[in-house]
Design a protein around this ligand. Structure first.
Ligand code: FES
Length: 142
């Protein structure tokens, strides 16, 4: 009986997930699943990064610098849980929305190139999960 309460090997394996990011070209993104949720991994262009850095914190509903949402020296990689902070839809990526980041069509939330909420009903930025670069080409999420 006690055994049945322990997480199965499958569940443990999903606690973190390792992703090879070497094939994601600049300007592209992929979606992977982690703990049953989509995670967006975007290879940002320098224009994406510059646009995010240029926004004054006073304009943000959920103020966060671009630097706080990426890792130093790896600013081109933006990794976020792909769940809208309004009611949990999966936003559209690939420069969708008015801020060329992500757009949630459910009720019209626009996120910028740092995944910060800019317009629409969502209260918070897209969540940045814990992750670590295990090599130049791999990242482990969770
Ligand atoms: Fe995304 Fe409502 S769930 S805007």
């Amino acid at each position: 009986f006690v055994d049945s309460l322990n997480p199965s090997a499958d569940v443990l394996a999903m606690a973190s997930t390792e992703v090879d990011i070497s094939a994601i070209a600049e300007g592209q993104e992929i979606k992977v699943m982690w703990r049953g949720k989509p995670v967006f991994i975007r290879h940002r262009t320098s224009a994406d990064i510059d646009a995010a850095k240029a926004v004054p914190l006073s304009e943000l509903r959920d103020p966060a610098t671009d630097e706080s949402r990426v890792q130093k020296g790896k600013e081109q990689w933006l990794i976020m849980v792909g769940v809208c902070t309004h009611l949990g839809c999966v936003p559209l990526g690939n420069m969708a929305g008015e801020y060329k980041g992500w757009f949630c069509p459910c009720h019209g939330s626009h996120y910028d190139t740092a995944g910060r909420i800019r317009k629409g009903p969502a209260p918070k930025n897209l969540l940045v999960p814990e992750y670590v670069f295990t090599s130049d080409t791999n990242v482990r999420i969770g």
